[in-house]
Design a protein around this ligand. Sequence first.
Ligand code: GLA
Length: 749
Amino acid sequence: MAIFFNENKKIFTMSTNHSSYQMQVNPLGILLHVYYGSKICEQDEMGYLISYRDRGFSGNPYDALTDRTLSLDLLPQEYPTYGVGDYRVPTMELVHADGSYAADFRYESYCIKKGKYQVDGMPALYAAEDEAETLIITLKEYASDVRLLLYYSVFEENDVITRAAKIVNDGESAIVLNRVLSACLDFQYEDFDLIHFHGRHCMERQMERVNLMHGIHRLSSARGASSHHHNPFFILCDKDATEHYGKCYGISLVYSGNFTAEIEVDQVNQTRAVIGIGDYQFHYNVKPKESFMMPEVVMSYSENGLQSLSHQYHKIYRHHLCRGKYQLTRRPILINNWEATYFDFNEEKLLHIAEQASELGIEMLVMDDGWFGKRDSDYSGLGDWIVNTKKLKGGLKPFVEKVNALGLKFGIWFEPEMVNEDSDLYRVHPEWVLQCPNRKPGRSRYQLVLDMGRKEVIDYLFDAICSILDSANIEYVKWDMNRSMSDVYSNILDKESQGQAYHRYMLGLYDLLERIVQRYPNLLLEGCSGGGGRFDPGMLYYSPQIWCSDDTDAIERLKIQYGTSFCYPISTVGAHVSAVPNHQTGRVVPYHTRGVVASAAGGFGYELDLSKVTEEERRLTKIQVENAKKYFDLVNNGTYYRLTNPFQNQTYTAWEFVSEDQSEALVSAVITKVYANGATLIVKPEGLQKDALYQIDGKEQVYSGAALMNGGICIPLPNVLDPNGAEMQSVNSGKEYGAVQYHIVKCSK
Ligand code: GLA
């Protein structure tokens, strides 16, 4: 049993294989958070860790009577609120009908059941009855009929605990929520580093590790999407934690819109972390008998460093978040025409690319932006999801038939949530966009944002998308979203309800995505937002892969894919081989290296004009495509190891995949800087069986797992290599940016 309740002491203990989480109801009914960390016994009572002291300016609840040591300002709590004496970052700011800002929740009841709870209208982890256990604790507001339901599901095998919460207004008058975050984690004695993932368009999820300071560290998005700029995921870890050592806590929000995460170190060095829906322009009226549910938070703990924390997230997201036909099976290797043609294409051009692709073993053509309405640039056409017959003369069906006849599947690009002013949709329905009264809305990429909180918008988009998908044999959709929102005002909401507009947008989007995945169970969806601007667990519930970044430069991708790997499984990453000089950076990287970097992904493909590549590059493409097929299971379902940190190691970046049974591994390394007469480089594989014997493809020697893991493999020096040699192929630019790959296989000799 993963959840244990000590009735006498009112202690809830939730345990996974290697972690425990404990809460205790105190004599006043306040739900304390007493422990989260390495596994303890279910009889343990961790409340002994709380020190009760009378501290100045940290007051006491009235019903603590003469006890001046009991203060909400100091106690570790499960769901701390604003207004009643806790001055740290709150999860909730609640306003009652009389205008009072007070939320004082006390324990009322609990229930424990098999299986996993669901989150109303939002994505969440799923589990069979025997894969998770759920605890629901009900708290009641001290002086009103407002209830707070705290949901927990324990995935024992995965070392994961999820949380969500719901506010239920059982009173007679409406309440207002100005801030309502999903979860809080209070730590009394830890001294943490914070690891978070910031970035920008074309440079997402850059890993940064900082010392926590007294005061508040805030990570957030107010862009209407989880954003390129911050990811709704962070790690708190021991100051000396490494990939293999130290306590680490991961906190990941299953939501794709605005979010707020705050980490505070208080007056007595306690750490509090909170996360949930973004609090800017958030203002939610909950009428009598209505409720408001908050998105899910997925927490995981490892006492063995960052590597195992990531493995826990990879497993849970691969097996309990991603869904559908392509959750675990191989996805078609694709060629996307965006960087090959941009908007300038027609049927002949695309068919020419498809012909080349088919000869090389590529399996799907994706027609990107520009196939619909009047869309020859990004100034017009969004919203008009009708085939542009100037580009595709006979329409979509015969074109797709020709693509299929070449042996390729066909995929298509949509950006459903947006509209250009120069579009028929906008001319007919200007009221469908988010726009403040009497103001012109800000433009970005010359597009405006549709109000996805309007049912008729969702219905229109559903019909428009279905009529395209039904018109031809379309097996893949790239779902894009290419701007940050501003002027978020919905003209179907009254003025008291404008603070709901961002969240209603998300609920509408999730509803539309759910309708699409239900209607087309075999369709592969790839999420995208100018690359990885919405790379979050919320989107992964609908699309098992997300275009990781608009930056296709293989060297920059090393850092982007490294940062992404802390939370997200490699199977969810979309990565392509593109042309050089690279369109984002101008850098020239050998074709082989571009292939090695792009193949560390579940959504592997190409994004260049294959009619312009050299014979040698065609030869390499065939090998890369074969390898992507051959190594699919290893890469997608194997265990991923970060062997170097590209933010620290300036010389090379290495990573590895190991099969679950440890019989096979694939080690990749990319040289990021060459030095004259440089030192020998060593890469040390991980995750092999110490005593087993292994061989590296193409080499005679037999090694024990221990030899390879402790001794490592010498990477040949770039400046002594034949650029076309077997180990390091460096086609376009001589010695720089070479890459090696070692396929290690268990043998019986
Ligand atoms: C975004 C995507 C690109 C491409 C363009 C098309 O930037 O990330 O891959 O689809 O839109 O406009």
